[in-house]
Design a protein around this ligand. Structure first.
Ligand SMILES: Cc1cc2nc3c(=O)[nH]c(=O)nc-3n(C[C@H](O)[C@H](O)[C@H](O)COP(=O)(O)OP(=O)(O)OC[C@H]3O[C@@H](n4cnc5c(N)ncnc54)[C@H](O)[C@@H]3O)c2cc1C
Length: 377
C-alpha cells in the first residue's frame, strides 16, 4: 500500500486527505496545532458557487458542493441548503442583479420583488428595498463543527492517522521533519495555508502571494428558533466576487460606490450574514492585504460592517457575542489557486483566497487524479 503525508488539517488538507484516501493511500496528517484553528474554522461556512465565474471554477464549485453534501450526510455534519439572497436598495444594484439573472439563466437565479423577498428572507429590511436576486444553490456549514468532525470521519472510514500538535519544520522528499522526528511517504502534500515562512519559503518569495486579514463577528442565537432564511448579502458583495463582473452595469455601480462608500472599498468591506444550527448569525467581513498581518482588529471596521448590515436586515437579537479575524493566502497574479511541485513527490496546494470552503474538495479531487499520482497498490 502506498503512503501519503498531508501537512495541515485545514479544509485544503482535509480535501487532499479525502482524495488520497479514496485512491487507496495510507494517509498520515501532520498538523501544527492541537486542532485546526486557521482560516478554515474562522470563515462563514458558505459553500458559494454564485461567486464563481462560468467554466472550470463554477463546475469545480458545484462538484465541491456535491462532495460537501455527501460528506455532511456520511459524517453527520450540520448543513443547510438555504441558498443566498442579494438585496438591492438602489436601482443600479437591481440593474446589476437583473443582468446577472439574465446572463446566468442556466444557474436558475430569480429576481424577486420587495414583497416576495420578504417571504423568502424573513430578516430582509423591506424599507427602501427595490428587489433581490435569489439563488437556491448555496449551502451553509458550521466550519467549527465540520473541521472537528471531518478528521474523525476520515480516521474512522479510511484509517487516516492524525498527528496533532506536530509542526513540520522541513521537507526533503521522501522525508518530512518535525524537529528531530522524521516521517516518510511515497507522496507528500503541503497544505499549510498562510504560513509562507516555514516550508518552501522560496516558492512564496516571488511576490505572487500575500496574506489577507478579514474581521468577523457573531450574533447571539435568535429567539424561538427564528431563522433568517438564505444567507443575506447586499450590493457591496457585487464588488467582491469575480462572477458578478459579468454584468455590463457593474462598472457604473462600482463608480457610485467609489464616490459614496470609499471607506468600504478601501478596507474591502462587503457585508454578509449566515445563520448556523444554533441560530447564531455570523457576520463579516473586511479585506486587508499585506505580507505581515496587523494583529489588532479595528473597531471602526466592525462599526462599518454593522452600519451596513443595519440597512439590510432586521434581526430579533442583534447582540454581538464574538469577534475575531482570519487570515488566508491570496494570489496576486489573478490565479485561483497555487498547485505546484517544488520537488518530485511533493505537491503544494494553497492560495484559494476567499473560496477555500467552496473549491477545495473539487480542486483536491482534480489534483490527486490529474497530476499523475498513481492509484495505491
Ligand atoms: C474570515 C474568513 C471568511 C471566509 N469565508 C469563506 C466562505 O464563507 N466560503 C469560502 O469558500 N471560503 C471562505 N474563506 C476562505 C477559506 O476559509 C480559506 O480559503 C481556507 O480556509 C484556506 O484553507 P487552508 O487549508 O489553505 O488554510 P488553513 O485553514 O489556515 O489551514 C492550514 C493549516 O496548516 C497548518 N500548518 C501550517 N504550517 C504547518 C506546518 N509547518 N506544520 C504543520 N501544520 C502546519 C495550520 O496550523 C493550519 O491548520 C474565508 C476565510 C476567512 C479567513
Amino acid at each position: 500500500m502506498r503512503s501519503a503525508i498531508v501537512i495541515g488539517a485545514g479544509i485544503v488538507g482535509l480535501a487532499a486527505t479525502k482524495a488520497l484516501a479514496e485512491k487507496g493511500y495510507k494517509v498520515t496528517v501532520l498538523e501544527r496545532s492541537g486542532k485546526a484553528v486557521g482560516a478554515s474554522i474562522r470563515n462563514f461556512g458558505m459553500v458559494w458557487p454564485i461567486g464563481q465565474p462560468d467554466g472550470e471554477l463554477y463546475e469545480r464549485a458545484m462538484r465541491s458542493k456535491s462532495i460537501w453534501q455527501q460528506v455532511c450526510m456520511d459524517a453527520n455534519i450540520w448543513h443547510d441548503p438555504v441558498g443566498s439572497i442579494h438585496l438591492a436598495y438602489d436601482q443600479d444594484e437591481l440593474n446589476v442583479l437583473s443582468e446577472l439573472a439574465e446572463k446566468y439563466q442556466h444557474r436558475g437565479y430569480t429576481i424577486l420583488s420587495a414583497d416576495k423577498t420578504k417571504i423568502k428572507s424573513p430578516a430582509a429590511n423591506v424599507n427602501g428595498l427595490k428587489g433581490s436576486l435569489y439563488s437556491s444553490t448555496e449551502i451553509i456549514v458550521d466550519p467549527r463543527e465540520a473541521l472537528q468532525k471531518l478528521p474523525l470521519w476520515l480516521t474512522e472510514k479510511y484509517k487516516v492517522q492524525y498527528i496533532w500538535g506536530k509542526a513540520v519544520t522541513d521537507v526533503s522528499y521522501p522525508s518530512v521533519y518535525a524537529g528531530r522526528d522524521e516521517f516518510e511517504a511515497d507522496v507528500i502534500f503541503v497544505c499549510s495555508g498562510a504560513d509562507f515562512q516555514t516550508l518552501y519559503p522560496e516558492i512564496y518569495a516571488d511576490g505572487h502571494v500575500t496574506s489577507c486579514k478579514l474581521q468577523m463577528m457573531r450574533m447571539e442565537a435568535q429567539p424561538a428558533n427564528w431563522r433568517i432564511g438564505p444567507a443575506v448579502c447586499g450590493g457591496l458583495s457585487l464588488m467582491h466576487y469575480e462572477s458578478f463582473r459579468a454584468a455590463s452595469s457593474w462598472q457604473e455601480l462600482r463608480k457610485r460606490y467609489e464616490r459614496e462608500l470609499p471607506e468600504y472599498l478601501k478596507f474591502g468591506i462587503h457585508v454578509m450574514a449566515a445563520q448556523n444550527q444554533f441560530g447564531e448569525i455570523t457576520i463579516g467581513d473586511s479585506h486587508e492585504y499585506g505580507a505581515t498581518v496587523d494583529p489588532f482588529d479595528k473597531q471602526f471596521i466592525n462599526d462599518l460592517i454593522l452600519d451596513y448590515l443595519d440597512k439590510l436586515v432586521r434581526l430579533k437579537n442583534p447582540r454581538i457575542i464574538e469577534s475575531w479575524n482570519g487570515v488566508y493566502a491570496k494570489l496576486t497574479n489573478g490565479d485561483s489557486e497555487l498547485v505546484i511541485s517544488p520537488e518530485q513527490g511533493v505537491t503544494i496546494i494553497n492560495g484559494l483566497g476567499g473560496a477555500g470552503m467552496t473549491l477545495s474538495f473539487g480542486l483536491c479531487e482534480q489534483v490527486v487524479s490529474l497530476t499523475g499520482i498513481p492509484n495505491s497498490k
